[in-house]
Design a protein around this ligand. Structure first.
Ligand SMILES: [Ca+2]
Length: 675
């Protein structure tokens, strides 16, 4: 019989509410808030980050505000939106998958998580927090969250839920009510329509609610694939990209260095790496064009026909960003006409890096349709995605810098004195909610529906408005689709799914070309532990309102379909340590565990070890320490990377014993889970 004797207290993310000292004068204590989100836009696409695309409106915001150079998203659409709106890492609110769940939509012992995940009730969205401060909230554009907009606290919403058609969407909603599909050729273009909706909301606000502040959440679907743009915008760029992606990357890097955005070498192209769900080359050639290219190969290796086709695609990408900037300008003009531009906190970000995806959805691709027109369905592919993410490595969905870095332009003349400065403090989309809370004076409830509301992991950026170096995170954590990373100061540990960790000192260059993992194994271990701790904590948060695993939904053995869709919890956990005890110790331990535990837990906490439980097997007189991160399907993966061995040695060291020198599998049915 195994009896649970000890349970460690949960490891908590540090409470990160910024000091109120960063607040500006009373008159700007309740600024309007405008969050603008681009979709799949690369780090260096806009002009003020080194791009050749004309973005005068964003450039003007940057010149009169701030640009952050080391700001991060989550590398994927829905995950980033969860962070922007809730302030949590997406995994904490079941809006992205944890390591054991990478191959399916069902995690958390049968609860849906990921792109279709449902937030815990405590994970409210920003409008709910702003409402008591008198804010009215408007949403215009992409949503990609669970639930509808009005129940989340928005007063008005235009939700575009068709990610395949820029000219004739089938699925879109006004104030959560479905609208009729748009007829092809009716003059609709989503980027313009989304801005029109925002302007309409702001006009109504000026008419009826001018005494109240507003929060406008403006989410464009540009330049996400399928690349589709207005012919007049495409015409501006039709010859611009004939020089090819290698040349554009060099041009961009030169401008970025001049602007002070980065100071590093250009990462090499990675021809072997493309999204695993992309069409094969053969499929691309038969279904799209014989001139389609599925890999980031040198531009000079392309045929003239390929070069022409590829240059035409990038002209559409540029046109999409170009039009988005024009529409942002129109929204800003409306705010200016209301006399509110000075006291509106504008924050512009991209939800992930540029995308290398080349797939077919929606109505598919008509090979006879002009590139970028309504009937074409194209993605820019890995070559141009690498250019859009200059000078960084890889693309949307990876956790190398190209996937997770976003521009952040902040503009708020009434609240930010510096003009045109750069901010190098690393930050993350989880910081936007704390920032909005601080500038608005809003607070969050301590409890929702009887459930405690966990502290936010992000930091308010407000102290950074005055000076660089004022916003410090202990660490920033990343996980998506098997790729993972953690950044602590200038150090970054990152890994491609199924591959070894890579270690970089970003101070030496953010292009991640010099892997220091072999040179600094201690640093690898230190950062790995930081990543594991955070992973553990996010799992705890995601599951804290779920039933105990013993009460997980039963899998009907006769229902094969259901059994495969909702996997049962894993049968075994890998014990990090197995301690052979002297005879008689079991009884003594049981009697005295209340006094032994405080000492033991103190030592464990001091060593920085996170979630685990200790179990006593009375029959064999064995003490097991089971690290919670290992109670998953990823045990094999973790063991491969030798994480378990490190934990094991760590435990042995702390507890001053000699562990049995082999990992042991503990049947879960013999264990009592944490509640
Ligand atoms: Ca996206």
């Amino acid at each position: 019989m195994v009896r649970k004797l000890l349970k460690h207290p949960a490891w908590l993310v540090a409470l990160c509410l910024a000091p109120l000292a960063g607040l500006m004068a009373a008159e700007s204590a309740r600024p309007n808030i405008l969050v603008i989100v681009a979709d799949d836009m690369g780090f260096s696409d806009v002009g003020c980050y080194g791009g050749e695309i004309q973005t005068p409106n964003l450039d003007r915001l940057a010149a009169n505000g701030l640009r952050f150079t080391d700001f991060y998203n989550t590398s994927r659409c829905w995950a980033s939106r969860a962070s922007i709106l809730t302030g949590y890492y997406p995994q904490a609110v079941r809006r992205d998958l944890l390591p054991e769940e990478t191959r399916g939509e069902y995690g958390m012992f049968g609860r849906v998580a990921g792109a279709n995940g449902v937030r815990p009730r405590w994970a409210q969205m920003l409008p709910e927090y702003l409402k008591p401060q008198g804010y009215r909230s408007y949403h215009s554009g992409k949503w990609h969250m669970d639930g509808d907009r009005l129940p989340a606290g928005f007063d008005r919403s235009y939700s575009l839920e068709d990610h395949n058609r820029f000219f004739n969407p089938l699925n879109h909603f006004a104030d959560d009510v479905k609208l009729p599909p748009v007829e092809p050729g009716s003059g609709y273009y989503s980027t313009t329509f989304i801005a029109n909706h925002a302007i309409k909301c702001l006009q109504e606000h000026a008419e009826k609610f001018s005494g109240q502040p507003f929060f406008e959440y403006l989410c464009f679907t540009s330049p996400h694939f399928p690349i589709q743009a207005l012919p007049e915008d495409i015409a501006i760029y039709k010859d611009r990209y004939k020089a090819g992606w290698d040349e554009i990357r060099l041009e961009r890097l030169a401008r970025m260095k001049k602007l002070g955005i980065v100071d590093c070498a250009l990462s090499p192209l990675e021809p072997e790496t493309a999204p695993r769900w992309n069409l094969t080359d053969a499929e691309m050639h038969s279904q799209i064009s014989s001139n389609e290219v599925g890999h980031a190969v040198p531009w000079s290796s392309l045929t003239p026909g390929q070069q022409e086709f590829q240059a035409a695609k990038m002209a559409v990408h540029a046109a999409m960003v170009h039009r988005m900037d024009i529409e942002i300008g129109r929204v800003l003009d409306q705010i200016k006409a209301m006399g509110q531009l000075d006291n509106t906190l504008v924050m512009f970000v991209s939800d992930n890096g540029a995308s290398a995806e080349q797939i077919l959805r929606g109505d598919g691709n008509d090979p006879s349709a002009p590139v970028g027109s309504a009937k074409s369905y194209l993605g820019i592919g890995p070559g141009w995605s690498s250019a859009a993410n200059t000078p960084f490595r890889l693309h949307k969905s990876w956790t190398h810098e190209g996937g997770i870095t976003t521009p952040l332009i902040v503009h708020w003349p009434a609240g930010i004195k510096p003009r045109g400065e750069l901010r190098r403090d690393p930050g993350h989309l989880i910081d936007l909610v704390p920032t909005a809370l601080e500038v608005s004076g809003a607070t969050r409830p301590v409890e929702v529906a009887g459930l405690p509301v966990p502290p936010l992991p992000g930091k308010s950026l407000a102290p950074g408005f005055a000076r660089d170096g004022a916003v410090k995170h202990d660490s920033l954590w990343f996980y998506h689709d098997g790729h993972r990373a953690v950044r602590v100061g200038d150090w970054k540990l990152t890994g491609i799914s199924g591959e070894q960790w890579e270690l970089y000192n970003l101070k030496d260059g953010r292009s991640e070309t010099k892997n220091l993992a072999a040179k600094h194994p201690q640093k690898v271990m230190e950062l790995e532990l930081a990543w594991l701790k955070q992973t553990d904590e996010l799992r705890r948060l995601a599951m804290q309102d779920l039933p105990d695993t013993k009460a997980a939904p039963a899998v009907d053995p006769n229902a094969q379909k259901s059994a495969s869709a909702v996997p049962a919890p894993p049968d075994y956990a890998l014990s990090a340590a197995r301690l052979k005890l002297k005879p008689g110790f079991a009884d003594e331990y049981k009697k005295r565990h209340d006094e032994i535990w405080p000492e033991l837990s103190k030592a464990i906490r001091a060593a920085g070890i996170s979630d685990f439980s200790i179990f006593l097997d009375e029959e064999t007189g064995t003490l097991f320490a089971v690290q919670k991160v290992a109670t998953t399907n990823t045990t094999a993966e973790l063991r491969k990377s030798e994480i378990m061995h490190k934990w094991w040695d760590y435990m042995a060291d702390i507890m001053d014993i000699n562990p049995d020198n082999s990992p042991v599998r503990v049947p879960l049915k013999q264990m009592f889970h944490q509640d």
